[in-house]
Ligand binder design. Structure first.
Ligand code: EPU
Length: 333
């Protein structure tokens, strides 16, 4: 294995932030990973780099997870278990599943990042989260170098959340993820309003048609990280008490919302940010996307500090106007 020194991480994070890794190594296999953690346990894991904001250089050994491969196993008459190694690109994996007519991931088309990171924040979009099809994952315990299997119930999946963001944070390296997908009788989910209006064949859409509809919606709203640096939703949609919500609704009768439970309501952070006047605003090279206010963008050479400062300014403003604490969704390093 080749350990490189003073490497710019700009090509490795979708925000396109130019931070430097003091040392950098690529792990192409499980045995590479085992070897790395046998001599260095204080590592910085890098996968698709699509959910991080680098505000400084990295002094630890940066390990790029580049494990590749997809395998399929029959489960029952209607299901297959599809396993992808951590370094597979998420969207390419989804498209491959669709090409095999395996159903369950089509609503998650075009989400940036790699398969190995998908369970960490239980990626979700358009009415579907990976917890709905997640079967199991394998992860290497950094302290012992041993592989462990985690089933769905072990992962404590929640909205943009899992055990790997909480009690097991930093302790494991996810090396492969298995999904239980349908071979036929697909359980499609096209309830999300925008999908309906994109679909040409509304009666019985194919997986491919659903995927294409999702791709069209995402492309119309979300910036392509290859063109404008970004990390998708920068904040989580806040969940507030129903009593607080009723007060807000009196003041803002059109406030969009989703009922979470009898006592809780989720508000789109994008709406709050837009109401606060930040949508489309630009401060140097750091900005708020013009079509989706939940997405912060790097127009070219913004530093991570500049983006973070903008995020804090947004948080303070939302707190002042709405008394709501916006929680940052990306990992700020
Ligand atoms: N809205 C605004 N202004 C904006 C953006 C949104 O008013 O600038 C309001 C609109 O009323 C809209 C509502 O917010 O109807 C919801 O917007 P959208 O459908 O775009 O979804 P979101 O709640 O803003 C979430 C996810 C996205 C995911 C979409 C679709 C989070 C933090 N974000 O966004 O995930 O693609 O739903 O399911 O839950 C990501 O995590 O990176 C991501 C893009």
């Amino acid at each position: 294995m080749n350990i490189l020194e003073n490497i710019s991480l700009k090509p490795y994070n979708t925000f396109g932030i130019d931070a430097t890794a003091k040392s950098f190594v690529t792990a192409n296999s499980l045995s590479d990973l085992q070897e790395i953690i046998s001599f260095e346990k204080d590592i910085f894991l890098l996968s698709g780099g699509s959910n991080m904001l680098l505000t400084k250089g990295i002094d630890k050994l940066v390990v790029l997870l580049n494990l590749k491969g997809i395998t399929v196993e029959e489960f029952d008459n209607n299901h297959v278990l599809v396993t992808a190694e951590a370094g597979e690109n998420w969207h390419d994996f989804v498209i491959w599943c669709i090409s095999q007519n395996y159903g369950g991931l089509e609503n998650l088309s075009l989400i940036p990042g790699n398969v190995g990171s998908s369970p960490i924040q239980n990626i979700g979009a358009y009415g579907v989260e990976i917890k709905d099809t997640f079967y199991q994952l394998e992860a290497l315990e950094i302290a012992t170098g041993k592989s462990h299997v985690f089933y769905n119930s072990d992962c404590n999946f929640g909205y943009r959340n899992s055990v790997f963001k909480n009690e097991l944070k930093g302790l494991f390296i996810i090396t492969k993820v298995t999904f239980k997908l349908t071979k036929k009788n697909h359980q499609i989910n096209i309830s999300y309003g925008a999908i309906q209006s994109e679909l040409t064949n509304k009666e019985n859409p194919s997986l491919k048609e659903i995927s294409n509809a999702i791709i069209a919606i995402r492309e119309s709203k979300l910036p392509d990280p290859k063109k404008i640096g970004n990390s998708g939703s920068f904040f989580k949609n806040p969940v507030i008490d129903v009593v607080e919500f009723k007060k807000l609704q009196k003041k803002y009768p059109d406030i969009p919302h989703y009922i979470v439970s009898e006592s809780e309501v989720k508000i789109p952070a994008g709406w709050l940010i837009e109401q606060s006047g930040f949508k489309g605003k630009r401060f140097g090279d750091a900005g708020v996307h013009e079509k989706q206010a939940l997405v912060l963008v790097n127009y070219n050479n913004a530093t991570g500090q500049e983006i973070y400062k903008l995020a804090q300014q947004i948080q303070q403003t939302i707190l002042q106007i709405f008394s709501i604490d916006l929680e940052i969704e990306v990992n700020v390093i």
